[in-house]
Design a binder for this molecule. Structure first.
Ligand SMILES: [Mn+2]
Length: 531
């Protein structure tokens, strides 16, 4: 028995309460990362219990008014007794009259990490714990600061404060309006009534959430990025299994006939390459449950009952976005008939930092594809004059994408990157007004190519390299060498059937990660060019 749980046990009558005894049964799943849970507790006074895993127990605080994403809000957090790790899966009702009588909801859960160099034990002893959360409702940096005990005060009172970062919402906070369980999707009333779905476990059994995959904190980001770059450059084999499929014979593309099973097989093979371009970024999906000729829909936010490998991430506004965190997760999307993948262009795990520029060359219907090829080459030359290395891919449609991989620079903002992209396009259009337009409303103007710089913004997406397209012929967005970008290039040639063998031959984009480059020098050079 863990004697740090003595207080927890003495306060409870386990004959009367459904709470776990915390007898260290072997059911608690080991984890590579520390876990946290926030339980909404409708006791005599409604509060939120923050619990941080440390040394085999949950350090616990009752946050009387609940956590706030507004850095201006300091929320009282009363230190309470350590709780057993099994408690993280407890959702239900403690009977009236028992200790803490009332209904408990698993309001949020995920992983946490200390952010100071001192050990978390030392930080807690010193009365200031800086830490990062990676949950579904709560993310980013936080601090717990202990208040000086007033005379005669027995409990330790702390303040829980959100740091200013991408997850903060200064001046307003609506996080508590999200009032459903992360474990069951239920409201407090449903839990109290014993209705709805049973909670899915997080602490006590295997489940879909992979600690490594969702890990997402400032403290870890740098090493994650380095790891991503290392994996990309060394390209070790990533094993992906065929996902389980319902209706594997359902036809998603009729020309050529391509079933859900075919899609899954393609994604299993493509995912180890694709994941590097999706990793750590929110991703919108196009789903075609009845095939691409039926109703298709665009999905940005997580849904219940989704396949494993999708994580919810907060990216600055109130909505959680879905993010695919592993190659297996990409393959698993076949089960829900995902026919297109559209990730954000942000840096991995940094939604507010640009991670790549995407120039979308979008021709009017009467423009010959050779003109699009010429435009891509011209844009490449313009970028090279600014010392930027650019890559090219087909879109799977009528256009081409010119992509510039960026090193992650926390001081670079999307407005800066977008203005840069707009300026480069505007210069091309002013030099060749009969070939290019940069004005969205004139994009269908006959015979011209719309130089679309609008993908270069927070929350804007672009179709991922190797993503299939919901179009006749089952084409994909194909990474190309510049040698292949020449007259006669036929984008329709690159399909779910042909793309992977052709990519293995061309080795296009194999130097993509090595080419990551800072944008600031190019911005300075561009400004210098103009003046
Ligand atoms: Mn409580």
């Amino acid at each position: 028995m863990n004697d740090r749980l003595d207080t927890y046990r003495t306060r409870r009558n386990f004959g009367a309460t459904p709470e776990p005894e915390g007898d260290e049964s072997p059911t608690v799943r080991p984890s590579d990362h520390l876990r946290f849970v926030v339980q909404k507790h409708d006791a005599s006074r409604l509060h939120y219990d923050l619990r941080l895993e440390l040394d085999g127990v949950f350090k616990s605080w009752a946050v009387t008014r609940g956590p706030s994403l507004d850095p201006g809000e300091k929320r009282l957090a009363v230190e309470v007794e350590d709780h057993p790790l099994e408690y993280g899966d407890f959702e239900g009702t403690i009977p009236e009259g028992e200790y803490g009588g009332g209904t408990v909801m698993i309001w949020d859960r995920g992983y946490w990490a200390p952010e100071s160099s001192a050990s978390p034990e030392q930080s807690l002893a010193d009365g200031e714990l800086k830490f990062a959360l990676a949950g579904s409702k709560l993310s980013g940096s936080w601090v717990l600061v202990r208040l000086k005990p007033r005379h005669g005060e027995k409990r330790n009172n702390w303040l829980l404060i959100k740091h200013r970062d991408a997850w903060a919402t200064p001046g307003k906070d609506t996080v508590q309006s999200k009032d459903r369980s992360e474990a069951s999707g239920r409201t407090l009333a449903q839990i109290a009534a014993g209705k709805g779905e049973a909670p899915t476990p997080f602490m006590t059994a295997d489940n879909a959430i992979d600690a490594k995959a969702v890990w997402d904190t400032r403290a870890k980001r740098q090493s994650q990025r380095r790891e991503a770059a290392r994996r990309m450059s060394t390209g070790p084999a990533i094993e992906v299994e065929m996902p389980r499929l319902t209706h594997p014979d359902r036809v998603l593309w009729s020309d050529p006939e391509t079933t859900k099973h075919d899609l899954a097989r393609y994604l299993v093979a493509a995912a180890p390459w694709m994941i590097h371009h999706l990793y750590g970024r929110p991703c919108s999906l196009v789903r075609a449950p009845d095939g691409i000729e039926g109703q298709t829909f665009f999905q940005r936010h997580p849904m219940r009952g989704q396949p494993s490998g999708i994580q919810s991430v907060m990216a600055g506004d109130d909505q959680p976005y879905l993010q695919i965190e592993s190659a297996q997760g990409i393959a698993n999307m076949a089960q829900i008939s995902v026919v297109e993948f559209h990730p954000w262009n942000s840096a991995p795990f940094d939604p507010k930092v640009p991670g790549r520029l995407v120039f979308d060359l979008d021709p009017a219907p009467d423009v010959d594809f050779d003109a699009v090829i010429a435009a891509a080459k011209e844009l490449r030359e313009r970028l090279e004059r600014l010392d930027l290395v650019a890559f090219c891919k087909t879109t799977g449609g009528k256009g081409l994408h010119v992509v510039v991989p960026l090193t992650s620079d926390p001081d670079l903002t999307w407005p800066q990157a977008k203005l840069f992209a707009e300026t480069v396009c505007a210069q091309a259009a002013s030099d060749n007004p009969r070939q290019y337009v940069t004005n969205m409303s004139k994009r269908v103007r006959r015979g011209r190519i719309f130089l679309d710089y609008l993908r270069n913004d927070a929350t804007a997406t672009a179709v991922a390299p190797l993503s299939p397209r919901a179009r006749t012929g089952a084409p994909v967005s194909m990474p190309l060498n510049w040698r292949q970008v020449r007259s006669g290039l036929d984008p329709k040639r690159y399909t779910m059937k042909s793309a992977l063998a052709l990519l293995a031959k061309s080795k296009a984009w194999s130097d993509y990660y090595e080419a990551q480059q800072p944008l600031k020098p190019a911005i300075l050079k561009l400004v210098g060019d103009k003046s």
